[in-house]
Each structure stands twice: as structure tokens, then as C-alpha cells.
Design a protein around this ligand. Structure first.
Ligand code: BES
Ligand code: ZN
Ligand code: ZN
Length: 484
């Protein structure tokens, strides 16, 4: 989809449709006033969030349709709300013959407004149809933001929004592919192609290399699958690194299919476990955006990727593995495999000299019980680091909620036979999972994001197609951009 900024009045815009936001309290862009007054008086349009009313062939307006879009209460209307209603309108009109949509910006326009609007459009225009030639989806071809006068901030916002939303859609593409078309080897190939396109350094560790290094925890998960595991390392180095030696690591869980292993999952909904690499997709998407936004801090993206399968070679409950850190782990449940691959990635990140770590993982069903599909659970060993991540998430409109990590929970991972067990008791499962990772982060500032509830949508939202959401891409890119 082509995206652009144009500087015109409402009546001059040539498009299949031009959208105007109007608020519940009557405010908004008022160039089409009499029609809108009538619609309000009749009760057809109240301005409630995402409400839509369409006028065809409006008099004195060049566009073929004029769409009034409810913005809700004006004082509650922020960038996140704008992103959402643009996406909602795009998804509604693209099914109705609109190819070219113009969006009137009104009021206080700045970088953030333009960015959010264009992100909403690009994210809303996305459909997971790469394997469906018979799809009848009709994407928009053109989306324009219309502003009253030229503003450099708007141009900058548009550019940033395109980079971020396209990176997020790239992550959604990776997550949408089924496990037969998105194996660890294919993720590595995709990462290599992306690194070539955006000029990032990349290294892919294979099974042999990981064996030499001593990544016994990751390799234990991988041993039951015919698909070879990989550890992908992507490096972004700023032209002039100003920050005081800080080096950010983004680590993403890349389990391309999670059958549960010998502790096998029930058949119901098992197909969803192709999404168990959404943390990895988020990291790859973020690195793609970071390569273009060029922040001032070095960033290393690390993606451990395996398939968790059942076979005569598969790891058994009770097996004891030795991690890269040297710590031994008793594998009480082979379905708690995310933490088994992430701990080796965390240790490796520290060995590479990373000073600040963030991981994203579809780690536990328990976080979905705790927070539903609204908030990502955020855990840390360092309040300052968590505050930075939460601030970045807030700016990008991604919901994250701090979770506790008291010492009392650590007790629950004790093992009689190894340094730690890979699971605790049933209750508090998201917290014991986070504690397991913390044992490997040790004193290095670290934030763990459990995206099991926010990584994908079971059903389409008004502004987003069903499937992977590409969560964390924007937060991670923002975290790096705001670092220095
Ligand atoms: N990939 C799953 C977590 C998951 C569950 C994501 C449901 C999305 C929806 C993870 O590997 C897993 O299986 N976790 C177990 C841990 C348990 C065995 C301690 C879980 O949450 O049930
Ligand atoms: Zn699992
Ligand atoms: Zn998993």
C-alpha cells in the first residue's frame, strides 16, 4: 500500500473515500457541517468511538464518499485511540470497494499523530493470506493523511510509522506460517534475508557449534525433532555509539512448534502452537525496524529456535541437562521448553557483552489466566529497566503490566537432583517461569515479557486480522530509540 501526506482542504481531496473524525462532544473537523448536524440530530451518529456513517457523492466534495468516524470523548482521544480507529475504518472500507482512502488530520498534529495513524492503516490492511490464493481479501492500494499545512513533524511521523508497521507485519507474516513452512532453518533463512536487506551482521549457530559451546539445555529440547535447531544472532552497531558502554539484547522464544514433547499437549487447539515463535518474530521485526531507525545504542537480537517434538530420541521427564551457564536442570515437564531454550540464549547474550536484556516469549498458559489477552506480563530483576520498557510500551500503545517476582517464589523451583527444576507447582506458573529465567540473568538488568496472551488473536479485532499480532516490535524499537 502506498502511503503519503497531502496538504489540502477536505473538499479538494481526490479519493474513493475521505474520513473525518468527530467526537461525542460535538467537536471535530467541521467543513461538512450541515450533513453532519443532521446526522447527529437524527440520532444516526453520536460520535462514539469507531462509529461510522457514510455519505455517497457528497456535494461540493471531490471524494466519492465522505465517512464520519466517531472518536469518542475528545479528552480521551490519544495516539493509541487514533491507531485503533484508523485500523477499524481501513478494515471496514476495504471490503466495500474502497481502494484509496484519505484521512483528515485535525487539531494538534505532531509526529506521534501521523505515526499512529499510518500504523493503524498498515496494520489494519494486513491479511494472513499468503497460503490462500482463493482469498477474496481486497486490500487498500493507497492511504493518505491529509493535513491543513506542511509540517516537518508529520513527514517524520509518517516515515517512522511506515517503518514500524511494516516491521510488525513482517513479524506477523513469520507467525502466520504453519510449522511445516516455518522451521528453525527457515526462520534462520528469513533472518539472513532480512539482515541482507537492512545491512545487519548475522551469525547462525548450528547444532555442532552449540554442542561445542555447551548449550545442553537448548539441545535437550531439540533432540526429539528431525528439524535441526539454530541460534540466530543479529547485530546492530550504531555509527557512533555514544552511550556509556550500554549494549541492549533482545531475545525471542522461537519454538516453531510446541507439541509439548513427551509431556504431550491435548489435541484440542494444538495447531495454535505454531505461534510459539512469536517472541522470535517480535525480535526479528524489531531488528528490522532498528536497522532503519538507527538508534544510538548497540542492539543484539538473539533467537534460539527449535521444534519441540515427540520421538524415540525425545527428552524424557526426569532427564537432567547441563546449561551453558554450568547450572544443571531437572526437566520435570518437557512442555516447559521455552525456558530451557531461553536460558542458554540469556547466558550467551551476557557472554557477548550485552549489558541489558529483554526477552519476549509465549511462555505460559498461566499468564493468560492472570492477564487475559489484554496485557503482556512484565517481570524484572531491575526496577529501572522495567520502567524503561513500560515507558516505551506506553508510548507505542502496547499494554504491559508489572508482575511480582518475590524470593518466596524462587523456593518453588528447587530440585533434589539438579541445581533447579524446570517447573514449579501449578499455581503462580507465570511467576515461577520468570524466576527460572532470572536465575540465568543473575545481576544483569533484565526484563521478561510473557506474551502468551497478547501474541495472537483467536478472532479478528475490528482493527486487526486474527492471528499473530506482532506485539513487542514497536516497544522494542522504541526502547532502543529512546535509550541514549
Ligand atoms: N508455549 C507454551 C505456553 C502457552 C500455552 C502459550 C498456552 C500460549 C497458550 C509453553 O511452552 C508451555 O507449554 N507452558 C506450560 C508450562 C507448564 C508445563 C509448567 C503451560 O503453560 O502449560
Ligand atoms: Zn510447551
Ligand atoms: Zn512453548
Amino acid at each position: 500500500m502506498e502511503t503519503k501526506l497531502i496538504y489540502q482542504a477536505l473538499n479538494e481531496v481526490e479519493a474513493d473515500a475521505v474520513a473525518v473524525v468527530l467526537f461525542e462532544d460535538g467537536e471535530g473537523l467541521l467543513q461538512a457541517k450541515s450533513w453532519l448536524d443532521e446526522m447527529r440530530a437524527s440520532g444516526e451518529f453520536t460520535g462514539k468511538s469507531a462509529e461510522m456513517a457514510t455519505l455517497h457523492q457528497p456535494q461540493g466534495v471531490k471524494a466519492k464518499r465522505l465517512i464520519a468516524v466517531g472518536g469518542g470523548k475528545k479528552d480521551k482521544f490519544d495516539a493509541a485511540a487514533l491507531r485503533k480507529i484508523v485500523g477499524t475504518v481501513v478494515r471496514a472500507v476495504k471490503q466495500k470497494g474502497v481502494k484509496k482512502l484519505a484521512w483528515m488530520l485535525s487539531g494538534d498534529n505532531d509526529t506521534v499523530t501521523a505515526e499512529a495513524a499510518v500504523e493503524g492503516a498498515i496494520l489494519g490492511n494486513y491479511e494472513p493470506i499468503m497460503n490462500k490464493p482463493s482469498s477474496e481479501a481486497k486490500p487498500l492500494e493507497w492511504f493518505a493523511l491529509v493535513a491543513p499545512a506542511h509540517l516537518a513533524e508529520l513527514e517524520a511521523g509518517l516515515k517512522r510509522g511506515v517503518i514500524l508497521a511494516e516491521a510488525q507485519n513482517f513479524a506477523r507474516d513469520l507467525g502466520n506460517q504453519p510449522a511445516n513452512l516455518m522451521t528453525p532453518t527457515i526462520i534462520a533463512q528469513q533472518a539472513q534475508q532480512m539482515a541482507r536487506d537492512y545491512k545487519l551482521d548475522i551469525e547462525v549457530l548450528d547444532r555442532e557449534r552449540m554442542k561445542q559451546l555447551g548449550m545442553g539445555s537448548l539441545l535437550g529440547v531439540a533432540q526429539g525433532s528431525d528439524e535441526p535447531p539454530v541460534m540466530i544472532i543479529l547485530k546492530y552497531q550504531p555509527a557512533e555509539a555514544k552511550s556509556a558502554g550500554d549494549h541492549l539484547a533482545l531475545i525471542g522464544k522461537g519454538v516453531t512448534f510446541d507439541s509439548g514433547g513427551i509431556s504431550i499437549k491435548p489435541a484440542q487447539d494444538m495447531e495454535k502452537m505454531k505461534y510459539d515463535m512469536c517472541g522470535a518474530a517480535g525480535v526479528l521485526g524489531a531488528m528490522r525496524a532498528i536497522a532503519q531507525l538507527k538508534p544510538n545504542v548497540p542492539v543484539t537480537g538473539i533467537v534460539p529456535s527449535v521444534e519441540n517434538m515427540v520421538s524415540g530420541r525425545a527428552q524424557r521427564p526426569g532427564d537432567i541437562v547441563k546449561s551453558l551457564s554450568g547450572k544443571t536442570i531437572e526437566v520435570l515437564n518437557t512442555d516447559a521448553e521455552g525456558r530451557l531454550i531461553l536460558n542458554d540464549a540469556i547466558t550467551y547474550a551476557k557472554r557477548l557483552g550485552c549489558t541489558h536484556l529483554v526477552d519476549a516469549a509465549t511462555l505460559t498458559g498461566a499468564i493468560v489466566v492472570a492477564l487475559g489477552h489484554v496485557h503482556t506480563g512484565a517481570f524484572t530483576n531491575n526496577q529501572w529497566m522495567l520502567d524503561r520498557v513500560l515507558a516505551a510500551a506506553k508510548e507505542e500503545g502496547e499494554n504491559m503490566w508489572p508482575m511480582p517476582l518475590d524470593d518466596d517464589y524462587r523456593e518453588l523451583l528447587k530440585s533434589a537432583y539438579a541445581d533447579l527444576a524446570n517447573i514449579g507447582p501449578r499455581w503462580g506458573g507465570a511467576i515461577t517461569a520468570a524466576w527460572f529465567l532470572r536465575e540465568f540473568a543473575e545481576d544483569t538488568p533484565w526484563v521478561h515479557l510473557d506474551i502468551a496472551g497478547t501474541g495472537w488473536l483467536d478472532e479478528a479485532a475490528p482493527n486487526l486480522a486474527k492471528g499473530p499480532t506482532g506485539v513487542c516490535v514497536r516497544t522494542f524499537a522504541q526502547l532502543a530509540a529512546r535509550w541514549a
